[in-house]
Ligand binder design. Structure first.
Ligand code: ZN
Length: 487
C-alpha cells in the first residue's frame, strides 16, 4: 500500500511539474505574441514631437535659384520650344548612343550673325571632339573661332565632384547644364530638359506642385527601371509638406528634383543616394525605400533650405541637420515610426570614438550620425527656452559663413549652464542621442531590428501562436483536476 501511495504521489508530482512547465511555456508564447502584436502600439506616439513643429504656412518669401544664367522656370525641349527664329544660333544636343557617357552639341549659326559664341566650362564633362572652337584661357570655356557656321563639340561625362558621377540609364542621361553667352536656342534631341544645374537628355515625365511661392518640379525618366518605390504625386506631396513645415528661410522659387536609377558613384566610403547643388536642385535615387526615417527625398530637400557656408569646425552641421530634420519630418508626416527615428540616432553609437565632430569633413559618417545625435540632445536641452533645431538652422541661414564658436554662443544663450554644445562637439566621444522611445537598454544593433516586429507576416504568425497557446492552455487547465493535487 505504502508503495502504491508513493507511486501515486510521484506521478501526481510529475504531472504537476509537467503542468507548471507547460503553463510557463504557453505563457511565454502568449507574452511574446502579445508584444509583437502590440509593437505598432508602442511605436506610435507622434504627439511627442508633433507640437515642436506646428504645421507652418507655405513659404511666403522665395529666393531665386541664384547664379543661373537660365531663368529657373524655363525648360527647353524640342517639342515645347517654337520661336527659334528669334535667335541666330541653334544648339542641338543629343546623346551618342554607342557610348552611354557621351553627348554631342551641333551648332547652327545664321550667316548674318557676326557676334561671339562662347560655351561656359562644363562641370564634370571632358571634351573629346572639337570642330570650330578654341579653348579659352583660365577656364573660360569654349570660344567659337568663326571657321565654320556649323561647329560642334562632343563631351564625355567624368566624375563631377570627388568621385560623384552623373547618373544615366538605357534611354536617358543627366549631365551638366549648358550655359552660353548670347542668345542660343537649345534643342534637346530627341527630347530632354535643361535646368540651371543639370541637363537631362531622353524621354521623361514630370509632376509639378506649387507650395506657397515655391514650385516643385519632379523629373522622372520614362520608362524608369527599376520603378519608383512610390508614386510621383506622393514624392511631391511629401516634399511639399516638408516645405510647409520647415520655417527656416532659403526657400528657392523652383526646386528641380530628378529621380535617377542606380548609384551616384562613390564619395569616400559612402555610396550617396542623393546630391543637391548649391542652387537647390537635386538628384535622388528612385529605388530607395520611401517610408523611412532617412527618406532620401526629404533629406535632399532639407539641403535645398540650407543657405550658409560652414567653416571652422561647423561643417558637421550640413549633414547633421539634414539627417536629424529628415528623421523628424518623416515621423511627423507618418512615414516613419518613432522607433525607426530612434534607429537612425542609434547609428551614432556604432561609430568608434576618438574623432572630434568638429574635425570632420562635411560628408563623413560622423557628420551624419554623430551630427544628428548631437542635435537630438541639443533640441532636448533647448526645450526650456522653447527654441528648436529649426531655429538653429534659421540662424545659420542668416549668416554668410558659420563657425563652430557661433553655434556654441547661440546654444549657450538658450540652454542651462550644465549643457555645453562645445563640450559635446569637441569630446571625441559618441554623443548621447536623445531617443523618442528608447529603448536605450537594447544594443544599437538590436534597436534597428525592432521595426521588424511591426511587419505583417510576423504579426500574423504571432496571432496564430497566441490562438494556439490559449487553446492549449485551456485544455491543460481542464486536464489538472483538484483530486490529482489532493493525492
Ligand atoms: Zn546630405
Amino acid at each position: 500500500m505504502a508503495n502504491k501511495q508513493h507511486l501515486t504521489m510521484t506521478s501526481a508530482w510529475q504531472s504537476k511539474i509537467r503542468s507548471v512547465l507547460w503553463f510557463s511555456f504557453l505563457s511565454l508564447c502568449i507574452i511574446a505574441s502579445l508584444s509583437i502584436l502590440s509593437a505598432p502600439v508602442f511605436s506610435t506616439g507622434q504627439s511627442q514631437i508633433e507640437e515642436k513643429y506646428p504645421v507652418q504656412t507655405a513659404p511666403e518669401k522665395c529666393i531665386s535659384s541664384s547664379g543661373s544664367p537660365l531663368p529657373a522656370d524655363r525648360s527647353f525641349t524640342a517639342s515645347q520650344y517654337g520661336s527659334s527664329s528669334d535667335f541666330p544660333i541653334t544648339a542641338s544636343v543629343s546623346r551618342i548612343e554607342s557610348n552611354a557617357s557621351l553627348f554631342r552639341i551641333n551648332y547652327s549659326i545664321s550667316p548674318s550673325y557676326d557676334g561671339n559664341l562662347q560655351l561656359k566650362p562644363l562641370k564634370g564633362a571632358a571634351p573629346v571632339e572639337n570642330h570650330g572652337f578654341v579653348k579659352g584661357s583660365f577656364g573660360s570655356g569654349y570660344i567659337w573661332n568663326k571657321s565654320t557656321r556649323t561647329p560642334s563639340l562632343v563631351f564625355e561625362l567624368v566624375s563631377f565632384e570627388d568621385g560623384l558621377e552623373y547618373p544615366r540609364g538605357e534611354n536617358w542621361m543627366i549631365g551638366p547644364s549648358l550655359q552660353h553667352t548670347g542668345n542660343v536656342t537649345l534643342q534637346m534631341n530627341p527630347n530632354g530638359s535643361i535646368g540651371p544645374d543639370f541637363m537631362y537628355i531622353g524621354d521623361y515625365s514630370t509632376e509639378i506642385k506649387k507650395v506657397g511661392c515655391q514650385k516643385l518640379l519632379l523629373v522622372v525618366p520614362d520608362p524608369l527601371k527599376p520603378e519608383l518605390s512610390v508614386s510621383k504625386s506622393r514624392i511631391v506631396n511629401t516634399v511639399a509638406e516638408s516645405s510647409r513645415r520647415l520655417n527656416v528661410g532659403a526657400a528657392r522659387n523652383v526646386v528641380r528634383m530628378y529621380a535617377v536609377e542606380g548609384s551616384l558613384g562613390q564619395y569616400g566610403n559612402n555610396e550617396p543616394s542623393g546630391y543637391t547643388t548649391t542652387s537647390g536642385n537635386f538628384l535622388a535615387t528612385a529605388s530607395q525605400g520611401f517610408d523611412r526615417a532617412d527618406n532620401v527625398w526629404i533629406h535632399e530637400y532639407v539641403h535645398t533650405r540650407q543657405d550658409y557656408i560652414a567653416i571652422s569646425g561647423s561643417q558637421w552641421t550640413v549633414e547633421g541637420t539634414a539627417t536629424y530634420l529628415t528623421a523628424r519630418l518623416a515621423v511627423e508626416q507618418g512615414l516613419a515610426t518613432p522607433r525607426q527615428y530612434d534607429s537612425v540616432l542609434a547609428r551614432s553609437e556604432v561609430l568608434p570614438n576618438g574623432t572630434s565632430l568638429n574635425e570632420n569633413h562635411q560628408r563623413t559618417k560622423y557628420a551624419y550620425f554623430w551630427g544628428a545625435s548631437t542635435l537630438s540632445s541639443l533640441e532636448h536641452e533647448l526645450d526650456e527656452s522653447n527654441a528648436t533645431i529649426e531655429d538653429l538652422l534659421r540662424f545659420m541661414n542668416r549668416q554668410a559663413t558659420v563657425q563652430q564658436p557661433m553655434l556654441d554662443d547661440w546654444s549657450k544663450e538658450r540652454t542651462n549652464k550644465n549643457y555645453s554644445l562645445h563640450t559635446v562637439v569637441f569630446s571625441g566621444k559618441s554623443p548621447e542621442p536623445r531617443y523618442l522611445l528608447g529603448p536605450s537598454w537594447l544594443p544599437p544593433e538590436a534597436r534597428i531590428v525592432i521595426p521588424l516586429f511591426a511587419t505583417l507576416p510576423l504579426r500574423i504568425f504571432s496571432l496564430a501562436l497566441l490562438i494556439i497557446s490559449l487553446y492549449r492552455l485551456n485544455e491543460g487547465y481542464v486536464g489538472i483536476s483538484l483530486e490529482d493535487i489532493q493525492d
